[in-house]
Design a protein around this ligand. Structure first.
Ligand code: KIV
Ligand code: ZN
Length: 514
C-alpha cells in the first residue's frame, strides 16, 4: 500500500516553551533546534519574535544555523509582529510565517472585541501584507474547534484567497474528540476544494489526554501536517507528543498508511536533551521515552520476554534509540529472570551457589523497590566470598561566587584507598565532576544531567540523575541530598560504580564461579 508522507511541524521551541517552567536560554534553544533538525523535523517553529528580545535573538540564531528544516515564526495579525518575524528570520535558508487570529465566539467577544466581518478583514489584510516578505504563510484560526462551522469555512476561504500556503486547524483548548475532529477535517476537505493544493495542518492540545488520538484521526481524514512537541510539552496539559504520534503510525502502519521523515532512533536522545535543558522531568510511565516504557518486572512478563521479546513488546527499544536492558529485578521477579540477568554478565554458578544467590536476592527484593546490577554483583560475589569495592564520596569542599572561578576538592574512598583532587570548571557541578575524573583517573562523557526537587520547603531534597558514556557504553547514576552539589557528585560516582562493578565484579565472579 502506498503510504502518504505527513509533514512534522515541531513547536517545542514556541508552544512547548510556553509551558510553565520550560523557558530556555538562547543557547539552549539553539541546541534543541539542532537536535530537531537531526531528528528530521520538516518545520521548526523557533519562537514568537515580537514577544521578547530573547525570543527574537533565539529565532535569529536558529535561522543562521539550521539548514535542513524550514524555520517558522509566530505572529499575530499585527504588522509589527510580521516585521519582527521577517527581521528575525532574514538569514534562514527556508522560512515560513505562522499568522494567527482567534475565530470562536467566546474569543471574538471577550478577547478581541471584534465582529466576524472585522476578523475576515484583518485576515485578508495581514496575509496580503505578509506576502511581500514571505512565500510560505501558515494561517491558524485560533480555537477553530469551537468556531461556528460556516464561519470557519469563510475564514479558511479568505486565508487561502489572500495567499496562505498552509491552513492549520488548532484545537486550542483540547476540547474535541477523535470522531468529531475527523468529521471536521473531512468537511473542510469536502467544502474547500482549494485546500487540496496546499497543506492542511492540525495542532492539538492535550487537555483531555486526546491530542495524539485527535492528530491521528485528522491525518486519517486528510490532514497533511501535524504540529507536535517533544515529550508533549506545551500550554497547560501540553500538545500532541512527537514521539507518540510518530511511533503510532510506525507501529500500526497496517492501519495508518503514513510515513514521516523522523529518524526514530533519535527520539530518545531528543527527549532526554529536552528534559535536561528544561528540567521538566518526564513521568516514568510516559510512552516511548519514559523510564519504565520498556521495562518488565512481573515474573510472568519477564518469562515471556526472555523467550521472545514480542510477547510484551510492540516496539524494539533500539528502534527509538534506547538500550535493550529490559528486565528490572524486583520482588515480582522469578528464577527465570534472575538466571537471565546472570547470563547477561556471563556469570555461571553451580546449582548450590545459584540457590543461595537467589534466596539472598529474594530477601533483598522484599526490602528494596528495585534490585540493580550492583546489588546482583554484590550478592553473587558474597556467595563466592569476595566483594568488589565501590567509590564513596568521603568529603568535598566547593568554592564559587561572583568573580571567583568555581573549584571543588573531593576526597573519595574505594576500600582502603583514598583519592583526592581539586578541580575547576564552568560551575560548581562541572568543577566537582572534573575533580572526580582526575582523582580516580577516569574519562567520561556527561550525556545527560537532570536535577529534580523533591519536597517544597527549604529542606527539599535535590535528586540528580546522570548518564555517563564510558568507553562504548552508557551508565546511569542517581544521587539524593539536600545539597545539590553533593547529590550531583553521588549520582556521578553511582554511574562510575556501575561501570566498575560490571568490569571488576565480572572478573571476580568469572574467576571464582564453578
Ligand atoms: O493552540 C493554539 O491555538 C496555538 C495557535 C497559536 C496556533 O498555539
Ligand atoms: Zn497551541
Amino acid at each position: 500500500m502506498k503510504k502518504r508522507r505527513i509533514k512534522v511541524f515541531d513547536t517545542t521551541l514556541r508552544d512547548g516553551e510556553q509551558s510553565p517552567g520550560a523557558s530556555m536560554s538562547i543557547n539552549q534553544k539553539l541546541e534543541m533546534a539542532m537536535m530537531l533538525e537531526s531528528l528530521g523535523v520538516d518545520r521548526i517553529e523557533a519562537g514568537f519574535p515580537v514577544s521578547s528580545e530573547v525570543q527574537f535573538k533565539a529565532v535569529e540564531e536558529i535561522s543562521k544555523r539550521v539548514k535542513k528544516s524550514t524555520i517558522v515564526s509566530l505572529a499575530r495579525c499585527v504588522k509589527y509582529d510580521i516585521d519582527a518575524a521577517y527581521e528575525a528570520m532574514k538569514d534562514a535558508k527556508d522560512k515560513m510565517l505562522h499568522l494567527f487570529i482567534a475565530t470562536s465566539p467566546i474569543h471574538r467577544k471577550y478577547k478581541l472585541g471584534m465582529s466576524k466581518k472585522q476578523i475576515l478583514q484583518s485576515i485578508g489584510e495581514h496575509i496580503r501584507y505578509a506576502r511581500y516578505y514571505f512565500d510560505k504563510i501558515e494561517f491558524s484560526p485560533e480555537d477553530a474547534t469551537r468556531t461556528e462551522r460556516d464561519f470557519l469555512f469563510e475564514v479558511i476561504d479568505t486565508a487561502i484567497r489572500s495567499g496562505a500556503t498552509t491552513i492549520n486547524i488548532p484545537d486550542t483548548v483540547g476540547y474535541t474528540i477523535p470522531e468529531e475532529f475527523s468529521e471536521l477535517i473531512k468537511s473542510i476537505v469536502r467544502n474547500i476544494p482549494e485546500i487540496s493544493e496546499i497543506d492542511l495542518s492540525v495542532h492539538c492540545h492535550n487537555d483531555l489526554g486526546l491530542a495524539v488520538a485527535n492528530s491521528l484521526a485528522a491525518v486519517s481524514s486528510g490532514a497533511t501536517q501535524v504540529e507536535v512537541t517533544v515529550n508533549g510539552i506545551g500550554e497547560r496539559a501540553g500538545n500532541c507528543a512527537l514521539e507518540e504520534f510518530v511511533m503510532a503510525i510506525n507501529v500500526r502502519s497496517d492501519y495508518l498508511p503514513f510515513t514521516t521523515n523522523i529518524k526514530t532512533e533519535r527520539l530518545y536522545s531528543a527527549s532526554k536533551l529536552l528534559e535536561s535543558l528544561t528540567g521538566l522531568i518526564i513521568p516514568r510511565n510516559k510512552p516511548i521515552v519514559g523510564e519504565n516504557a520498556f521495562l518488565h518486572e512481573a515474573g510472568i512478563h519477564q518469562h515471556g520476554v526472555i523467550k521472545n521479546r514480542k510477547t510484551y513488546e510492540i516496539i524494539k527499544p533500539e528502534k527509538v534509540g534506547r538500550g535493550t536492558e529490559n528486565l528490572v529485578l524486583g520482588r515480582h521477579s522469578g528464577k527465570h529472570s534472575f538466571k537471565e540477568k546472570l547470563k547477561q554478565y556471563n556469570i555461571k554458578l553451580s546449582q548450590v551457589q545459584f540457590k543461595e544467590a537467589f534466596s539472598k536476592f529474594q530477601k533483598l527484593a522484599d526490602k528494596k523497590k528495585e534490585v540493580c546490577d550492583e546489588d546482583i554483583f554484590l550478592i553473587v560475589s558474597s556467595v563466592l566470598g569476595k566483594y568488589p569495592d565501590g567509590y564513596k564520596l568521603e568529603s568535598f569542599r566547593v568554592e564559587t561566587g561572583k568573580n571567583i572561578p568555581p573549584s571543588a576538592t573531593v576526597l573519595i574512598k574505594k576500600g582502603k584507598k583514598e583519592f583526592e583532587f581539586t578541580g575547576t570548571g564552568n560551575g560548581p557541578v562541572d568543577a566537582i565532576f572534573n575533580a572526580i575524573d582526575t582523582a580516580i583517573g577516569i574519562k567520561t562523557k556527561l550525556e545527560n544531567y537532570v536535577i529534580h526537587g523533591v519536597g517544597s520547603g527549604r529542606d527539599a531534597q535535590g535528586q540528580v540523575r546522570v548518564v555517563l558514556k564510558i568507553g562504548e557504553n552508557k551508565y546511569a547514576g542517581r544521587g539524593d541530598s539536600t545539597d545539590i552539589i553533593e547529590a550531583s557528585a553521588k549520582a556521578y560516582l553511582n554511574a562510575v560504580n556501575r561501570y566498575n562493578f560490571s568490569l571488576e565484579a565480572a572478573k571476580i565472579i568469572n574467576k571464582k564461579a564453578v
